[in-house]
Ligand binder design. Structure first.
Ligand code: NAP
Length: 247
């Protein structure tokens, strides 16, 4: 579905980003991906994807929250790959705590990594997409950005912000055939959710109509659709991948 295309996925050394890179590579897409600190995991993943699917794969250590690093990354990636067809703003973190205890640092870290990063990378690739008169930008939000969640005021605010950002970019860039959509996962089994207490994870799963947490592959399949020409007439939308948690 993505033969001849190239995607940049932020935060793909593990979890959902890694799942997206795998499905995209399997579908013929060249992969540029970023990570924060998992150097060895990233190198092993590069080799694994190249040998399994024969596509070009390169990992870059780049802090998505940092504007200068994001601008430099875009230049390097375009020099290495020639073009980018799809940008996936996936890198994200949590710093969960109740508002009463939340520090300014916990607020800033989450807003910068989850929301400012979408601005940084979109800005960095904007002229490239406009020049190509084509492109698909996918922002990884969360059902929590729509529903809110106690103990996640910083995270929910960052993810709600991403939805507003997505709709605005879709309106700004639609006339140039650049699409921008958001994907809102519910409860997905990754290191991010494994940090939660076993009982909390079970309680979450019990409230989901499909009675299970999602997999990175569940989310990746929706991104595959949004990156492909199958979704050519879809922009400004938020697609939930949550087993029915949000209706
Ligand atoms: P994860 O397993 O914790 O993986 C996070 C990825 O982001 C890693 O590759 C990490 O790199 C990278 N990263 C973190 N900070 C970064 C930074 N400043 N710059 C560049 N890369 C950075 O998380 P996940 O569960 O896959 O979540 C991925 C996205 O989906 C996030 O935006 C998250 O909010 C969203 N989401 C997740 C769930 C869920 O249930 N898991 C639900 C809804 C939304 P290193 O390996 O180097 O640290």
């Amino acid at each position: 579905m993505l033969q001849g295309k190239t995607a940049l996925i932020t935060g793909a050394s593990r979890g959902i980003g890694k799942g997206i890179a795998e499905i995209f590579a399997k579908n013929g897409c060249n992969i540029a991906f970023t990570f924060a600190s998992s150097v060895e995991k990233a190198r092993a993943f590069e080799q694994e994807l190249t040998s399994l699917y024969g596509v070009k794969v390169k990992g870059y250590q780049s802090d998505a929250a940092n504007f200068e690093q994001s601008m430099a990354l875009a230049e390097t990636v375009i020099a290495d790959f020639g073009k980018i067809d799809c940008l996936i703003n996936n890198a994200g973190i949590t710093r969960d705590t109740l508002m009463l205890r939340m520090t300014e640092e916990q607020w800033d870290d989450v807003i910068n990594t989850n929301l400012k990063s979408a601005f940084n990378l979109t800005k960095a690739f904007l002229k490239h997409f406009l020049g190509n008169r084509a492109g698909s930008i996918i922002n990884m939000t969360s059902v929590v950005g729509v529903m809110g969640n106690a103990g996640q005021a910083n995270y929910a605010a960052s993810k709600a912000g991403m939805i507003g950002f997505t709709k605005s970019i879709a309106k700004e860039l639609g006339s140039r055939n650049v699409r921008c959509n958001a994907v809102a996962p519910g409860f997905i089994e990754t290191e991010m959710t494994h940090a939660l207490d076993e009982n909390v994870r079970k309680q979450w799963a019990d409230t989901i109509p499909l009675k299970r947490g999602g997999t990175p592959e569940d989310v990746a399949n929706v991104c595959l659709f949004l990156a492909s020409d199958m979704s050519a007439y879809i922009t400004g939308q938020t697609l939930s991948v949550c087993g029915g948690m949000l209706m």
